[in-house]
Design a protein around this ligand. Sequence first.
Ligand code: UFG
Length: 355
Amino acid sequence: MPSRQFGVMAALPINANRRRMEDKCPVLVTGGAGYIGSHAVLALRDAGWPVAVIDNLVTGFRFAVPEDIAFYEGDIADQALLTRIIAEQKIGAVMHFAGSVVVPESVENPLEYYHNNTAKSRDLIEAVVKAGVRHMIFSSTAATYGTPDVSPVSEDTPRHPINPYGWSKLMTEQMLADTAAAHDLNYCTLRYFNVAGSDPQGRSGQSTAGATHLIKVAVEAALGKRDSVGIFGTDYDTPDGTGVRDYIHVSDLAAAHVLALEALIAQPDRSLTMNCGYGRGFSVMEVLDAVDRVTNRKITRVKAPRRAGDPDSLISDPSRIKTTLPWQPQHADLDAIVAHALAWERKLGEMSGNT
Ligand code: UFG
C-alpha cells in the first residue's frame, strides 16, 4: 500500500496503543556499533524490542554492542547477507544509521560519500523491500538544510545542502519517499541537529578518534587530551559572535527513534519526516562555559578563523516531533549533556589505560 507523508499524526486509539506494545517485532540496526546507532540499540533493548545489528566496523566498535545482541559484521550493500539476517532474525523493521558522517571528508571525497551513504542505502532499501520488511527509520541530518536563512528551522524549510554529506543524505530521503510510494513500506526520516552526550548509564558514548564535534573536542581538552579548543569564528551574527547550535542528547535522540518506530507500526500507511532538536541554541562560548562549569577547570580557548560552510545559527523547530510523538526529552540540560560526554571521555581514557 502506498504510504502518505503526514506532519502530524492523529491521536492513536487506546486499543492501537495496547496492540503496538504487544507487537514488538525484531529490529535490525545498521551501524549499530557506531555512536548514535549503539544508543538506539540500547534504547530498543531497554524498551523490550528484540534487536540485531549489522556493522562493518570501519568506524564502529564491537564493544559498543552488548554481548546479548545478535551481531553481524558486514556491509549493508551485501544483499545476500541482509536477506539472510532478515530471515534468520525475523526482522520487521530496520533502523538505518550506517554511513559516513564527516562533512569536510565528504567535500574532499564526494564519491565515497555518495557510495557509502547513497548507493549503499539504495541497496539496503531494495533488500528491505524484497524481504517484505515494512518499516524503516532513517538517520538524516540538519545538513540537508544547508545554511538556512530562517531560524528556527522547520521541516518545510527548503533543503539546500552545501556539501556532499548533506546531499548524500537528502538523496536517500528521496529514495525512501519514492520507494514508500511504490511499495508496502512506511518510513520515518529523522533530521538530527547537533548530537552530543553519552548514555547516562555509561554503556556507550562517542568513541571516534580525531572527532571534530565541539562538545567532544572540548571534553577532550578538559581532560588534557588536547591543549586547547579553537573557536571557529567570533564575528558571526549571534549575541556573542560565535556559532549557535541546537545540541541534543544522544539518549533523547535514541528515545525518539523508538517512539517513531511505534508510530510507524501503529499507522502503517503513513510516513514521517521530523527534525530532532530541542528548539534552543547555545553558542560556542556558552558550550565552553558549560564545560568549564562541569569540570571546574578552564580550558584554553584559541580564536580561529571561521570554518567554511558553517552557518551563524542552526536551531530546530521541534513542533512537529512534539505534536507527533509522545517524546519527552530527559536530558536537555546543557550541563547534563556535557557531564555525560565527559564521563564517557574519562571511561575511554580508562579503557585505553590513559586516565
Ligand atoms: N566549533 C568550534 N571549534 C571546534 C569545533 C566546532 O568553534 O573545535 C564550532 C563550529 O564552528 C560550530 C559549532 O562549534 O559553530 C558546532 O560545530 P560541530 O562541528 O560540533 O557541529 P556542526 O554544527 O558543524 O555539525 C553538525 C553535525 C553534522 C551536520 C551539521 C549540520 O555534526 O553532522 O551539524 O549543519 F552535518
